[in-house]
Design a protein around this ligand. Structure first.
Ligand code: ZN
Length: 296
């Protein structure tokens, strides 16, 4: 699946092909996404899983998206209880400690630092990325479809860093080898109506509903084969740096895709060691996505 690594700068070039119901992805992952969406529709909910992107160590994995049309957050969208033009995030503190020995405070600080880094981007000056406290309520839903949690409240914040979950969850979502190869993944939901995806602000993008980020707790687990790649703080290879992965994952939450390599970028799809500062192509990607955000 090497071709997914060669993604260009402008996503529009990638997806300018003929009409197609589904993008290239892993057929088994896409099938799971469609199954979840059937369940959501059967419950009368107006949201659907749209995209899953895996950040891996070792071999890469395809990105998976249902529709050809890209998606964007909509300012002031009442359906997601938008906080005006802000983008909100929270960190689920109930799953923040790691088997490698990090505390929730350790991982939460690293995630906060990653969001601060994106918030300081020149092209995000119009956007306030605002942290919401963890109320103690379950803030995520995707894990519930695989038996790893309840169906929580999906609108406590726009972006939810949902914590460190067991190897089996990543095997279930990603398929064979996912448990030992996927460091983390981002899953984005969009809004739907009876005709399909919505575009309430007429920007020719489907409307993002919510985004969840999950981290794989098998890395550094003394009882597992990834004990040699422990999650750590400001750690070098063979350790896995929490802030680097959080920066990558929350880049997806802010609607960046995968770039390269080459060039080297935060948004490269395979982990290559500590990188806590966006590279040139990451800056360009953020400007492409957020340059039109309406707030002065
Ligand atoms: Zn990624």
């Amino acid at each position: 699946m090497k071709k997914i690594i060669l993604i260009g700068v402008l996503p529009i070039l990638l997806f300018a092909g003929p009409f197609s119901a589904a993008q290239e992805g892993d057929p088994s992952v896409l099938a799971k996404m469609q199954q979840i969406n059937a369940e959501l529709a059967a419950q009368g909910l107006n949201i659907a899983v749209e995209e899953i992107r895996f950040f891996t160590i070792g071999g890469g994995r395809p990105s998976n998206r249902i529709h050809q049309q890209l998606f964007r957050w909509v300012p002031d969208d009442p359906r997601r209880l938008a906080q005006g033009d802000d983008i909100t995030y929270l960190v689920d503190q109930s799953d923040g400690a790691t088997a490698s020995g990090l505390s929730n405070a350790d991982t939460e600080a690293a995630i906060d630092s990653a969001l601060d880094t994106w918030g300081a981007e020149k092209c995000l000056k119009k956007v306030d990325i605002v942290k919401r406290p963890d109320s103690g309520d379950d803030p995520d839903i995707f894990d519930s479809f695989f038996g790893f949690g309840e169906f929580g409240n999906p609108f406590l914040a726009d972006i939810v860093n949902a914590g460190w979950l067991p190897r089996e969850y990543f095997e279930a979502v990603g398929g064979p080898g996912g448990g030992s190869g996927i460091l983390a993944f981002s899953v984005t939901f969009i809004f739907m109506n009876s005709d399909g995806p919505t575009d309430i602000n007429g920007d020719n993008y489907n409307d993002t509903a919510l985004n969840e980020v999950y981290y794989n707790d098998t890395f550094g687990d003394p009882d597992d084969d990834r004990v040699g790649n422990p999650w750590g703080i400001d750690t070098m290879l063979p350790g896995v740096d929490v802030e680097t992965v959080a920066l990558h994952e929350n880049g997806h939450s802010l609607e960046l895709g995968h770039f390269g390599p080459p060039p080297a970028a935060v948004m490269n799809p395979i982990y290559a060691g500590i990188n806590q500062e966006p590279d040139a192509i990451d800056h360009a990607g953020m400007c492409a996505v957020w340059g039109s955000w309406p707030k002065p």
